[in-house]
Design a protein around this ligand. Sequence first.
Ligand code: GLU
Length: 319
Amino acid sequence: MKIFKGLAVASAMMAGTAGLAQEQFITIGTGGQTGVYFVVGQSICRLVNRGTADHNLKCTAPSTGGSIANINAIKAGDMDMGVAQSDWQFHGYNGTSKFEDDGAFENMRAVFSVHGEPFTVIARADAGIATFDDLKGKRVNVGNPGSGQLATMEVVLDAKGWSMDDFALASELKPAEQAAALGDNKVDAIIYTVGHPNGSIQEAVSTVDAVMVPVTGAEIDALIADNPFYAAAKIPGGMYEGSPEDTATFGVKATFVTSSDVDDEVVYQVVKAVFDNFDRFKRLHPAFENLTEEEMISGGLSAPLHDGAVRYYKERGWM
Ligand code: GLU
């Protein structure tokens, strides 16, 4: 779906006009329809598409499996941009962890970071799960293939010396299905690396008595100490029914990434659409409320910034 139009861009610049000479379509990889990535992608596209008459870009943001699926699709040239957890941006760029066999995706480029994503575990209140260790022997939805949560869950299990066999059931339902599975007593707990507050978890805790489970301990402390992309995080008490106290866990950041193969002018226009309309963008989801430009262009990014993004950030005097 990637359309490379260096010549079109050059001629637009020579004519002194902004934007692209010919209409171009860009695709942004998101996540499940009930998650926050989907809102990130839809929001970016909405802002981009308001300016199509000026810059000739048309943007779509379909639902996908999540972080790992998005990075792979960008690498394959099937998508132009996508949302990915900061841990998987790091590993994708460096060819480490889950990406070791694929090798480094050297052309990966960071654009900006978005909201924080605590690693979130929610259990049925009747399942007798008060800590992460209580998940042993239980039925757990560990995340759909291609998602960041499944990949990060594997990291946590590795750190603890566990495997999927330590669960009575390790199901791989999508985010849209897992809330219902918890309510229907098909699983005891669900995992989601996601921005808060979000509708999917609200749905889960309103259909059944459920509790947020802390993810803490020596192995988690070590993960945070050893990896720049992990940080201590908490899910604020009172945000969800059944969890009046803060829940301690660790977290990552949602980040927006692309490839150096994507035209500078395209990335410039996308970034401009977001930051020229930043107040509007922040109103599109409660998880965006506390975003700041300064943090977004530095925090959680390990791949180099795309040149088109750098151009805009310099214009604004941010770099
Ligand atoms: N963090 C999840 C992932 O990487 C997606 C969360 C969301 O859709 O908001 O797959």
